[in-house]
Design a protein around this ligand. Sequence first.
Ligand code: URA
Length: 186
Amino acid sequence: MEIKSLDEIKKECEACTGCNLYKTRTNTVFGVGNPNATLMFVGEAPGEKEDLSGIPFVGAAGKLFDKYLAAVGINRDEVYIANILKCRPPKNRDPKSDEEDVCIEYLRGQVRAIKPKMIVCLGRIAAARLIKPDFRITQEHGIWFQRGQFEICAVYHPSALLHDPRKKDAMLADMLAVKEKLDEMK
Ligand code: URA
């Protein structure tokens, strides 16, 4: 199978009209970070700030996520951060499965190009798509699954922590475990 470069996939993504979300986007939000990252984070979809800037996780949820990265000693530049959807759903509604079906090909290309050893899903939507459809985030966050060449787990989505701060202790514990595993894998 041909492995496309991140730049090639990004160009295709920027021209994408594969679902209706291209009609309302300001920018595609492809992904940022180290193209050789050992660890990749995958969120759900861009929000308003991400749509305006073209960069994932720069809004309120992203700022909280940055605090967890800093708290456990992971540098944002050493990892790669992307989303399941590259275009913002109107009013931040949940992604539709036909939108995911189209967009997941870009994420697959990113994983093939980057070859991370670990993928961490941010929230249930990414986990349901990448780990298993019936993923239960409250029971299964922090559990590692082996998938071919990489290990994958899910942690709470940072925006869930904004709505329910009682989840913050679990998030810190999961992120500390991610950092520990990252140190072992490097
Ligand atoms: N939420 C996400 O899932 N991804 C972003 O990029 C921003 C907010």
